[in-house]
Design a protein around this ligand. Structure first.
Ligand code: NAP
Ligand code: MG
Length: 494
């Protein structure tokens, strides 16, 4: 595909101020405060974002609670609710290019990813949950014949969603879909780096007929708007995706306020295990590379460790090298680009700090490994060999295009190494032996396991982790349980 200059031109001319969305309308922050919205790849301020704090969060939650208590959405006929959510999905589809552009300019991701992955997948999530509305049945318990015991799902009330910048639209849709389908109201606090797509989604929801107040967005600082939402006494649940340290705070805020429910989708250090009976190392190498370099490694389930049986390591590295020869790294607005720069100077500095560790304990760069400075956020795909299993490079989430390789002496050693981090989000195993694959998959401590692949993801299956990767699951019908509570009703039939 040749470069289509209109994306770059559009980006160079783009200006947009973002406000707070409450009760179907846009407002400035009560304090009047704003912060700069930066386009990372252009290193340019593209507008001001209203910086919400306690007062704005209070207003948003009050609006969400008012519509919930009135039952306007909660008690609507399921058929009508479904029609509104489907219309919303249709509008999201019609605005695919705009949503993709907003996502790209905010985050620095390749425009082609935003167009082909982020926008359509988010739309599909809303559509999929819309379809559950008139297909989710409650239960009748096996009570004695003289009684009727019903188990029904009740919405929780006001949901607070605090979301990150790595997949802003998709992760927000994973909270919005089940929360709104179940009749809750929601207040979203987007990440400072990426407020635009959530605001557009909310505007389109109201245009589709979602009652005002069901979906509000309060951009702002995590420590202000995010904290105020998580501490709010009228918020029934906080749905959080982001870092471990902030996840810990969410639990503390809940404990110190109204003991709201907390679901946490945190980071990972996902292993890609390659056993020596894997015969197609070329296919494995291209999947392994995509698993770490997609979105420049800024993915919670990024396959950031390869654990490989020593005998096949050199051959695997050769295939990885070869794969990179045709992997297009460059400007985010060139449609051919497959990997672009990181989201911010701050994130680049965090990744640089990990690159600084190379060589301290025998680590060896196979390719990449160079830090960048100034406003250059494009760190090249990196592979580091001889990484000690207990070192920081092997244990901590880098959140950049950095793959570390760890040698395994045999299968048992590979399994032990794969499970030897505090995380448990995702894992893969490559082998030609199907029985071995199943046994190995069972023993991997991860919320999602892939056999001879990676990154097969869809709304139809749950997503979340073990251990320091968090608790609770986004997506699939199981997420409906995360946004509702069971109610038992006994009726005496005597
Ligand atoms: P973060 O602090 O966890 O940010 C996630 C969200 O939480 C953002 O909306 C953030 O707002 C908000 N937040 C921050 N502090 C808060 C507080 N005290 N109370 C309430 N909300 C708060 O993550 P980050 O600083 O952007 O990234 C740091 C590292 O986290 C990355 O290097 C990466 O390793 C990891 N990470 C993981 C994921 C994932 O998908 N699992 C996503 C992003 C980052 P602000 O935008 O205002 O900070
Ligand atoms: Mg931005």
């Amino acid at each position: 595909m040749s470069e289509q200059p209109q994306w770059r031109k559009k980006a160079s001319e783009f200006k947009s101020d973002a406000k707070i969305f409450i009760d179907g309308s846009f407002f400035d922050a009560a304090s009047g405060k704003t912060f700069d919205n930066i386009s990372p790849s252009q290193n340019k301020v593209i507008g001001q974002i209203a910086s919400g704090d306690v007062e704005d969060v209070n207003r948003a939650v009050a609006s969400a609670k008012k519509v919930f208590d009135a039952g306007t959405w909660r008690d609507m006929n399921p058929r009508d609710k479904k029609a509104i959510m489907l219309r919303w999905a249709q509008l999201l589809g019609e605005h695919r290019e705009e949503l993709a552009f907003l996502e790209a300019i905010d985050t620095g991701r390749p425009i082609s990813d935003a167009l082909s992955v982020d926008a359509p997948n988010s739309t599909r999530v809303i559509q999929w949950y819309a379809e559950t509305i008139d297909k989710t049945y409650d239960e009748i318990a096996p009570a004695p014949r003289n009684a009727l015991a019903m188990i029904t799902r009740e919405p929780l009330g006001v949901i607070g969603a605090v979301v990150p910048w790595n997949y802003p639209m998709m992760i927000t849709s994973w909270k919005l879909g089940p929360a709104i389908a179940m009749g809750n109201s929601i207040v979203v606090k987007p990440a400072e780096n990426s407020s635009l797509s959530a605001l557009k989604m909310a505007e389109l929801a109201v245009a589709a007929g979602l009652p005002e107040g069901v979906f509000n967005v309060v951009p702002g600082r995590g420590s202000e708007a995010g904290q105020a939402l998580a501490r709010h006494m009228d918020v029934a649940k906080i749905a959080f995706t982001g870092s471990g340290p902030t996840g810990r705070k969410m639990m503390a805020y809940a404990a110190e306020s109204n003991m709201k429910q907390v679901s946490l989708e945190l980071g990972g250090k996902s292993p890609q295990v390659v056993l020596k009976d894997c015969t197609d190392l070329e296919a494995a190498a291209s999947t392994i590379a995509w698993a770490i370099y997609y979105n420049a490694g800024q993915t919670c389930n990024a396959g950031s460790r390869i654990i490989v049986e020593k005998e096949i390591k050199e051959e695997l590295f050769a295939h990885l090298h070869k794969f990179l020869e045709s992997f297009k790294v460059g400007n985010q607005f060139d449609p051919a680009t497959q990997m672009a720069g990181l989201v911010s100077n701050l994130q680049r500095d965090r990744v640089n700090a990990y690159l600084d560790l190379i060589g301290h304990d025998g680590e060896k760069v196979i390719f990449g490994g160079e830090k960048t400075t100034g406003h250059d956020l494009l760190i090249q795909p990196t592979l580091i060999d001889n990484v000690k299993p207990d070192s920081r490079l092997a244990q901590e989430e880098i959140f950049g295009p950095v793959l570390v390789a760890i040698d395994a002496t045999d299968e048992d050693d590979a399994l032990r190494l794969a499970n030897a981090t505090e995380y448990g989000l995702a894992a893969s195993v490559w082998t030609n032996n199907i029985a071995k694959a199943h046994k190995f998959a069972r023993k991997l401590r991860a919320g999602t396991v892939w056999v001879n692949t990676f990154d097969m993801l869809d709304v139809i299956t749950p997503f979340g982790g073990f251990g320091a990767s968090g608790s609770g699951r986004d997506k699939s019908l199981h997420a409906i349980d995360a946004y509702s509570a069971l109610k038992t009703t006994w009726v005496d039939l005597n």
